[in-house]
Design a protein around this ligand. Structure first.
Ligand code: PEP
Ligand code: MG
Length: 582
């Protein structure tokens, strides 16, 4: 029977396919008995051995970790894994009750949790989380096929329905040919959503109840723009799906006419459109669309999903190919921004940080891991021999961090030269302006920078104290808060006054609806994913910059979001609308 679910559209596109459910954790496992309990016991023991080895390896990699708690967490988990009560209970459930290993994990988890739940001490009660993590690891190990964590079967042609998805998983599913993804949690601003748009995987997030209402194998029609998910779609839904595909193709054709025209406003001002490029395909597309260069290359995507860190040569090859792909146009390589929701399997990101978004992330992690950072900077220095390169530093909060990175970059360039590599004479150094402290203190350290790139995704999160990944706060997470508009205006004005190039590289820059507002604020460089570059170019070509700038005082006077939205509407109806109502 046809039913509808409503979530938030996070990556445009229309997908039709059968549902594949991935339950969030072990607690959903149904009661199940096996015939050969000896074989099941062996399966369970093999999984325990795998997890033990994984944790040991992780512990070794964290040997010199800066945050001792991370190591302590692992020690605690190792202790739990060796806990005789846990192991004995599991063995007994499989051997005597003939339960499947999965179900035994669930039963034993609930038994232990019941004991903890009864405790008065809040700290001890919270140890249930650790037990869940250990049980979760065991559960995952039971479902590996021995090929390093890959799911037992692929998801080609299917629509994944799950609670949440990390960027690494998404990349893996994309590689397997997934048609679309529906999650019950998540946010359109998460890194997974950015990656989904980059990979053209339709994604709906915040589809509450999807895991209860959708059954494995149900046919789903997913609209990644509106967030509508239809179960067992009827004839009208199938027609709508086809219409959406046609509309996307038609729009693409129309926009394609703008591939070779300049990004020039009606009154003749050229705006620079840089590309946010994450993959070889992005680079090719950026080039074909006439992007000024690559404005943001997120190097952490090289690290995600791998168990080993790419060494200097491997990184160099990736950066060199990126530079070569842009044939003489500038490439902006952002140094590692691991942390927060960009976790990895290398053990670099510390597990168990109480507040990862405010934790050892971005430049903090790089400066803390000197050898790792030096390797990355040398690889970038070597790539600069092949074409113009800039270095962009994420999560900068203070002048000292910029100065430290500049010194390290100089050393890396010298070392690369000493090793016989060709290195550019200069490599401009810029900072992401995404921590409010950096934006506010900018007058004091703009001189230390060659260029700036405003990361509105994080700036909005940190300025408004609204988690960009928390769907429950989606309404509050908006760049249309007067505080955001004022800070953007201050940063852009200061950068221009000091003669420093400034771009916006957050998702805001890739949304054509924001073009008039950003132009009014004085922005002349946008960095955005190639997927929306032509839409933004169309908006720029329909905008009258002089008229928009004349409206700036009214924009800065707006006292709330409604006032800013009214400003945008007015700009649109007056015709200096960036082509929005064309
Ligand atoms: C940002 O924060 O706006 C940004 C571009 O960086 P990321 O989305 O990778 O955090
Ligand atoms: Mg950021």
């Amino acid at each position: 029977m046809r039913r509808e679910l409503h979530g938030h559209g996070a990556s445009r596109g229309s997908a039709l396919g059968r549902a594949r459910l991935r339950m969030p954790d072990v607690f959903e496992v149904a009661e199940e008995r096996v015939e050969d309990s000896a074989a099941e016991l062996a399966r369970l023991h093999a999984a325990i051995a795998v997890v033990r080895a994984e944790m040991q390896a992780l512990r070794e990699r964290l040997q010199d970790a800066l945050v001792p708690e991370a190591g302590e967490f692992l020690d605690l988990h190792a202790l739990l894994l060796d806990d005789p009560e846990l192991l004995h209970g599991l063995d007994q459930l499989v051997r005597d009750e003939s339960y499947s290993a999965d179900y035994a994990l669930r039963v034993q988890r609930n038994r232990i949790a019941a004991v903890f739940e009864g405790m008065d001490d809040a700290y001890l009660r919270s140890r249930i989380d650790d037990i869940d993590q250990v049980i979760g690891r065991l559960h995952a190990a039971l479902h590996r096929d021995g090929s390093d964590g890959a799911p037992v079967r692929g998801v080609a042609g299917e629509i994944l329905v799950t609670d949440n998805v990390g960027p690494a998983e998404l990349a893996q599913w994309h590689g397997q040919g997934v048609m679309g993804v529906v999650t019950t949690g998540g946010s359109p601003l998460s890194h997974s959503a950015i990656l989904a748009r980059s990979l053209h995987v339709p994604l709906v997030v915040g589809a509450a109840g999807a895991l209860q209402k959708i059954n494995e194998g149900d046919v789903l029609a997913v609209d990644g723009a509106s967030g509508l998910v239809v179960l067992e779609p009827g004839p009208a839904d199938l027609r709508a799906h086809r219409a959406r595909l046609r509309e996307l193709a038609r729009e693409r054709k129309q926009l394609n006419r703008l591939r070779r025209v300049p990004s020039r406003t009606l009154d003749g001002v050229d705006i620079r459109l840089w590309a946010n490029a994450e993959s070889r395909e992005d680079v090719a597309e950026a080039h074909a669309l006439g992007a000024a260069g690559v404005g943001l290359y997120r190097t952490e995507f090289l690290f995600l999903g791998s168990n080993v860190l790419p060494d200097e040569d491997a990184q160099f090859r990736a950066y060199r190919d990126l530079v070569l792909g842009m044939t003489g146009r500038t490439t902006t390589i952002r140094t590692l921004d691991l942390g927060a929701d960009k976790a990895d399997r290398t053990g670099l990101v510390l597990e168990g940080e109480p507040n990862p978004a405010l934790g050892l992330r971005g430049v903090r992690l790089s400066l803390a891991r000197g050898a790792l950072f030096a390797t990355q900077l040398r690889a970038i220095a070597r790539a600069s021999g092949y074409g113009p390169v800039r270095v962009l530093v994420p999560m900068v909060a203070a002048r000292e961090e910029v100065l430290a990175v500049r010194a390290l970059l100089r050393t890396a360039m010298d070392e690369a030269r000493a090793a016989g590599h060709e290195v550019a004479d200069t490599i401009p150094l810029g900072a992401m302006i995404e921590v409010p402290a950096a934006a506010i203190a900018l007058p004091g350290f703009a001189d230390a920078l060659d260029f700036l790139s405003i990361g509105t995704n994080d700036l909005v999160q940190y300025l408004l104290a609204v988690d960009r990944n928390n769907d429950a706060l989606a309404e509050l997470y908006s760049p249309l808060h007067p505080a955001v508009i004022r800070l953007l205006h201050d940063v852009i004005r200061l950068a221009r006054a000091r003669g420093k190039p400034v771009a916006v590289c957050g998702e805001m820059a890739g949304d054509a609806a924001f073009v008039p507002l950003l132009l009014a604020l004085g922005l002349e460089e946008f960095s955005l994913h190639p997927a929306t570059l032509l839409e933004v170019r169309r908006a720029i070509r329909g905008a009258d910059l002089g008229a928009l700038r004349a409206r700036l005082p009214a924009l800065l006077r707006a006292r709330d979001r409604a006032g800013i939205e009214a400003w945008m509407q007015k700009a649109a109806s007056a015709g200096d609308n960036g082509g929005m109502n064309a």
